[in-house]
Design a binder for this molecule. Structure first.
Ligand SMILES: Nc1ncnc2c1ncn2[C@@H]1O[C@H](COP(=O)(O)OP(=O)(O)OP(=O)(O)O)[C@@H](O)[C@H]1O
Length: 687
């Protein structure tokens, strides 16, 4: 068996782990931690280290963080919670302050932890009424910490810290000989990086903190290299194959007609982006492009023009939206205008059923319908096209790479435009959307006045805001009122939106008011949107379904209740629903909060409407890995790279990857590296 072992075996299931004392129960516990292969276990790195220089004084704890503290037990008792669980609550001190500790369903702790004795406690500090740690690990403090730096892993109830330490130590010792270098030698040398085996050893079993840093740096480059090469090699392949695939007639009569009907000039930025896309289309190239532009910058129009260009060349087009309401919105905004040009646009969503659906499907198949607007229902296998030429995906972050691919596979030519209003810095965009070209609309249509934003804390100010809204309505404007964001349950969200609606009906008896939430289905939803668009409703009370893409230029008021619950990007998107026409617009953020981060967000919103500035602030306020769009890109799996602060490294590795691929004509020469990329992207093979 031993002789047959090779690098590939490290990707074997964790059940094959051959370590003394590791049985089924432990394997189950490891799987619970997300460890599915032996490699996962080797790459299960410590979240921190227990080290003498790393002990936190209780009095110095300022924020929620992972800490190691040494404290004497002051009190300990068992209580019953409302749900009849046993809760053990202890209070400790180290002379600099007090810290509360809580465990659930572990009543025996009251006996095993002695008042007056000193213990080492490790865990995540949370800010409740006081600072506290829920379920900390503990061990008796012998009066002296060993010189040794001990790794601290995220263990769980079924696997103790010490148990996990031992398994990982044994695994490393046994399997390290089979680890092969995966960073090409030339890159290791040029950037003076540590070897892979050495780095793994130093991260799990370090001698000092400095060597951990060096090892982490190497790992950061490794994980970025795998990610970037994975993304870019696909891209390389695509470009290499991307010779002339089709020929379009360049007459553009429909495009011109539509442009003339708009009643405004395209902005310089819109024209620039259109030229970029035309260039690919005219050369018969497959378009694979992200159009990024702030809310209201006019992305949709660019997409519609491109769709028309393909339609007049007898192709079909698709606009795919992340939610039904957005699909409805897109449909309403283009169907009538395009019908005048003789273009047939239809909507296909999950809630269209029965005969109607059958008819639509057959018309799509026969090519009678030119443009289909829809949700993910469009990816379903039985939706077939006659001659699909262009897919427009709205808000890429809600669609996975796989979903995009499935759609593209339906096309005769798989041109793809992704529209995103998430303003991320360009360097980051290039990495996150590594497989797409990027076009940026960096200008708003002329005549827009910045939206005035006010954060409202008191009931008194809220009353004034309602008075103000009334005046705007009397002037003929319209208002959005966004119900509290409730993620816990849809039912609660519906209740709260309904209550808010009823309150508005009482407050504004002389105006027509509509309600939208997740439980309202088409065609009622469509009707409400359409009425609001036509100003038959003056107020629209809604859950966040209106977040992206809705376009009613006459609406000038956006009121967001419990605004502290939203992130900056969400607030910016919502606010972007107003200020889309000639009238001055206003945004009220209703929030009572003591949370410092929420307060900073609200202040940022009051101070600027610039999406890029907001994105930068957002990056500062958020934890890394939470950024929009990162989930599908693999960015969120990064363990060593902080995509907010390590932009330089990201850029460097991207450049290294491009160089490498150019040099070897898109081929990854190292077997180990190739295998790691294949494993990461779960694809069959790469070139
Ligand atoms: N060049 C322009 N001049 C004047 N108005 C424009 C121009 N381009 C677009 N508009 C108008 O601006 C509004 C916003 O445009 P559009 O819906 O295309 O923006 P968007 O970037 O898709 O917005 P969002 O990301 O917020 O959904 C629409 O009412 C549109 O008609």
């Amino acid at each position: 068996m031993e002789e047959l072992m090779n690098y590939k075996n490290l990707y074997n299931k964790i059940e094959n782990l051959d370590i003394k004392g590791v049985g089924e129960k432990t394997i189950a516990a490891l799987k619970n931690l997300g460890i599915n292969t032996i490699m996962d276990l080797i790459y299960f790195f410590p979240r921190t280290y227990e080290d003498r220089s790393n002990i936190k004084k209780i009095g110095e704890i300022r924020s929620e963080e992972y800490v190691v503290v040494i404290g004497r037990i002051v009190s300990i008792e068992n209580r019953k919670t409302k749900t009849r669980k046993t809760m053990t609550a202890a209070r400790i001190t180290d002379g600099t302050g007090m810290l509360d500790l809580v465990w659930f369903q572990m009543p025996y702790l009251k006996k095993s932890l002695q008042i007056g004795e000193e213990y080492v406690f490790i865990g995540n500090v949370k800010r409740g009424y006081n600072f506290q740690i829920v379920g900390p690990e503990y061990r008796k403090y012998s009066g002296k910490l060993s010189e040794e730096i001990k790794p601290v892993y995220s263990s769980n109830r079924n696997l103790s810290q010490n148990g996990l330490r031992k398994i990982i130590r044994d695994t490393i010792k046994k399997y390290i000989p089979y680890i092969e270098e995966n960073i090409p030698c030339e890159i290791l040398q040029e950037y003076k990086l540590m070897g892979r085996k050495e780095a793994i050893l130093k991260i799990h079993l370090p001698k000092n903190l400095r060597e951990i840093e060096e090892a982490k740096n190497r790992m950061a480059v490794e994980e970025l290299l795998i990610l970037e090469l994975g993304i870019l090699s696909k891209r390389f392949q695509l470009d290499a194959d991307n010779t002339s695939k089709y020929k379009l007639n360049d007459d553009r009569h429909m495009v011109k007609k539509y442009l003339n009907s708009l009643g405004f000039e395209l902005t310089r930025a819109q024209k620039k982006v259109i030229t970029e896309i035309y260039k690919d289309l005219a050369g018969g190239k497959i378009v694979n492009r992200l159009i990024q532009g702030d809310v209201g910058s006019g992305k949709t129009i660019v997409a519609v023009l491109m769709l028309l260009y393909l339609v007049e060349n007898s192709y079909q087009g698709v606009i795919m939206a992340p939610t039904e309401i957005l699909a409805v919105q897109h449909y309403l905004s283009v169907a009538d205008d395009l019908a005048e040009l003789g273009v047939r646009v239809e909507i296909l969503t999950g809630s269209i059923k029965g005969k109607k659906r059958e008819k639509l499907l057959s018309e799509i198949r026969e090519g009678v319908i030119d443009i289909v607007v829809g949700t993910h229902a469009l990816i379903e296998d039985h939706v077939e096209f006659h001659k699909l030429g262009l897919i427009v995906v709205d808000e890429q972050h809600r669609f996975g790479v796989e979903q995009r691919k499935k759609l593209r596979d339906k096309g005769e030519i798989s041109n793809l435009l992704v529209m995103s209003a998430t303003p991320i810095p360009r360097s980051l965009a290039l990495s996150i959307y590594g497989d797409l070209d990027v076009s940026i609309i960096d200008e708003l249509p002329p005549g827009r006045t910045p939206i005035k934003t006010k954060w409202i804390e008191s009931d008194n100010d809220l009353e004034k805001a309602y008075d103000f809204i009334e005046k705007q309505l009397v002037k003929g404007r319209q208002a959005y009122i966004v119900a509290p964001l409730i993620e816990e349950s849809e039912k609660m969200a519906v209740t709260s939106a309904t209550e808010l609606y009823e309150e508005m009906v009482r407050r504004f008896p002389e105006f027509e008011i509509g309600l939208l939430h997740g439980r309202i289905k088409n065609p009622e939803k469509e009707e409400t949107m359409s009425k609001f668009k036509k100003n038959k409703l003056q107020i629209l009370v809604s859950t966040t379904v209106i977040e992206v893409g809705v376009n009613v230029p006459n609406a000038t008021i956006m009121m967001i209740t419990n605004a502290n619950r939203f992130g900056l990007a969400g607030l910016h998107q919502l606010r972007g629903r107003v200020g889309r026409g000639e009238h001055k617009s206003y945004c009220f953020l209703i929030a009572k909060t003591d949370n410092d981060i929420s307060k900073s967000r609200l202040k940022v919103m009051e101070s600027t409407t610039d999406g890029f500035l907001i994105a930068e602030e957002d990056l500062k306020l958020r934890k890394p890995g939470e950024i929009f769009g990162t989930r599908q890109s693999g960015m969120s799996d990064l363990k060593f790279v902080d995509i907010v602060h390590d932009v330089k490294t990201i850029k460097l590795v991207r450049d290294i990857s491009i160089e490498y691929l150019k040099k070897y004509r898109g081929e990854i020469r190292e077997n180990t590296l190739r295998m790691d990329i294949v494993e990461k992207f779960k694809v069959d093979e790469i070139k």
